[in-house]
Design a protein around this ligand. Structure first.
Ligand SMILES: [Zn+2]
Length: 544
């Protein structure tokens, strides 16, 4: 029987059923969160959940009733069904929540990164929760009224929805308010309002950041090396998704970092990130404002790399991550290795991080000589431990911990397999850093230094959380506790007085991404009014 032979339904019916469906099924992660926290144990808990479901459905009904016009209703419903199913899948699988920073991450995601999130389960969820209902919605004949009548009905539907919502709210105000106060993160799980709110905030809301870029550190300068001495060369390795606690050098039970240990690298074990995602952390790390200032900024300004360039140094950004540098390298020379074809490092559309070192001598030689004479800073942006495809991030020779998780549907893997896959990426990062140190040791024409700092950490299934990107205030420490590792060549130590032995004595010093800007300026001996000695993580081992 063809659907079209059935009697046409009223627009309000077409609004009601999907509203109920999204409120109930789309909020599976919310119901699970209530259950996990023991909020459903008492009978009143079930009542609260039912009230919440009713409120979500009524709210959705009120909103969609306003859009119940012939050209708008079906496309809006289809869009919302897909958004709600996708959000539910990712919240359920990885324990993430949907807020405006997650919306920004989604918009900045490269399609190759997105491919990493595909799984058979996602396909099934989208098919059953979005595609099938959408098909039904699309096929159903709807009896729209002449526009005046329809306007009246839409308004009545919306008012009715709001009335039900308000009634339920009044009935359950006390328990609801206290639950929401004690579990603030639950609001980020309310599907699809979380997505709508985040999208609205990203598009229109929030504080407008002024378009033009404020200059920074125009007074920056470095003294030319004395005759017979060498300029400095810093390899600043921007790590991806590094968990401080999984580095052997940070007293992890597994020796994931033998090469760093052999090289005598120094670590700050107590280092903390600015954000919980690449998009939030990277611009903040390179800013002079620190986390608080950066979050509250009214205007964007130049960053560490611009200041280094103002000082006359040669600066280069090499990117092995498809997501790019999030704007921080816009005004300096860059190279992209993530689309490389070198068969030694590249396969399946991405390249292992050793490619960052391939041809590095030539890349540096191509920078202006007058700048190179004053000093060089090369930022190497790793692919690092980017999830969920951890197993793809380490080449076969570094699979020291087996068996490892190879599914992108992380909850399918046991805790141990997941940890193995992740630790293999750290073992490989150790090799990349060890190789970078080896390269610096061969470049005797410079006083070499290496600084490795990761952008944020990662959840590996603790408390049912995976990946990263939770709002900062809610995120567990593993998403914020990052590695900060330093190696300095003997000549660098001699000339600056900053020694690895001294840094090792300060291994437990509390440092954050707020310190990065000033610490790099200090290491490169850049003098500028933008520099703060008190924020230079190496100042305790100065003088520079
Ligand atoms: Zn990242």
């Amino acid at each position: 029987m063809a659907l079209s032979s059935r009697r046409a339904v009223a627009p309000s019916a077409l609004v009601a059923v999907p509203s109920l469906w999204m409120a109930l099924a789309g909020n599976a992660p919310l119901w699970r969160a209530l259950q996990v926290r023991g909020l459903l144990e008492a009978k009143s808990g079930w009542l609260l959940a039912a009230t919440l479901a009713g409120m979500l459905a009524a709210g959705l009904f009120a909103l969609l009733s306003l859009l119940a016009w012939r050209p708008a209703l079906k496309p809006v419903l289809v869009l919302l069904l897909f958004a709600s199913a996708l959000a539910a899948h990712f919240m359920w699988t990885y324990g993430i929540v949907i807020d405006s920073s997650m919306a920004a991450n989604t918009l900045q995601t490269d399609w190759r990164e997105a491919l990493g999130l595909l799984s058979p389960r996602l396909f099934v969820v989208v098919l059953l929760a979005a595609a099938l209902p959408s098909w039904l919605v699309w096929r159903l004949p709807v009896a729209h009224r002449p526009w005046k009548q329809q306007a009246l009905r839409n308004a009545a539907g919306s008012v009715g929805g709001v009335a039900v919502l308000a009634g339920l709210l009044l009935l359950s105000f006390q328990p609801l308010a206290s639950t929401m106060r004690n579990h603030k993160d639950l609001r980020y799980l309310m599907n699809p309002f979380n997505t709508l709110y985040a999208a609205g905030q990203t598009a229109f809301g929030g504080k407008r950041i002024q378009g033009d870029l404020a200059p920074l550190g125009l007074d920056a300068h470095v003294a030319a090396p004395a005759p017979g001495s060498r300029p400095r060369l810093l390899l600043l390795v921007l790590g991806e998704t590094g968990r401080s606690g999984n580095f052997g050098i940070n007293d992890y039970a597994r020796d994931t970092t033998p090469e760093l240990a052999r090289a005598g690298a120094a670590t700050f074990r107590n280092a903390w990130s600015c954000g919980t995602s690449t998009a939030a952390s990277v611009p903040c790390m390179f800013s002079n404002l620190g986390r608080a200032g950066f979050t509250a900024r009214a205007q964007d300004s130049e960053n560490l790399l611009d200041v280094l360039q103002h000082a006359g140094l040669a600066v280069l950004w090499i990117d092995n991550q498809a997501g790019g540098c999030k704007g921080v390298c816009d005004r300096i020379p860059t190279a992209d290795t993530s689309r490389g074809k070198d068969p030694r490092y590249c396969a399946g559309g991405e390249c292992h991080d050793e490619i960052l070192l391939a041809g590095l001598d030539e890349r540096i030689a191509s920078l202006p000589e007058a700048r190179r004479r004053l000093g060089v800073v090369v930022v190497m942006h790793q692919m690092g431990s980017h999830g969920p495809g951890y197993a793809q991030r380490s080449p076969p020779a570094f699979k020291r911990f087996l068996p490892e998780c190879t599914s992108s549907h992380l909850p399918d893997c046991g805790q141990e397999e997941l940890r193995n896959a992740y630790d293999n990426t750290i073992a490989y990062t150790d090799h990349v850093l060890g190789s970078a140190i080896g390269w610096l040791q061969r470049r005797t024409d410079y006083d070499g230094a290496l600084l490795y700092v990761a952008d944020h950490g990662e959840s590996l299934g603790e408390k049912n959380l995976y990946l990263h990107g939770l709002p900062y205030a809610l995120a567990p420490d593993v998403q914020k506790h990052v590695p900060w590792i330093t190696w300095l060549s003997p000549s660098f130590q001699q000339r600056t007085g900053v020694t690895l032995a001294c840094l090792r004595r300060h291994a437990d010093a509390h440092v954050t991404h707020d310190n990065l800007f000033h610490s790099v300026l200090g290491l490169m001996q850049v003098a500028t009014s933008a520099y703060r000695l008190s924020l230079d993580a190496y100042a305790g081992c100065g003088p520079h």
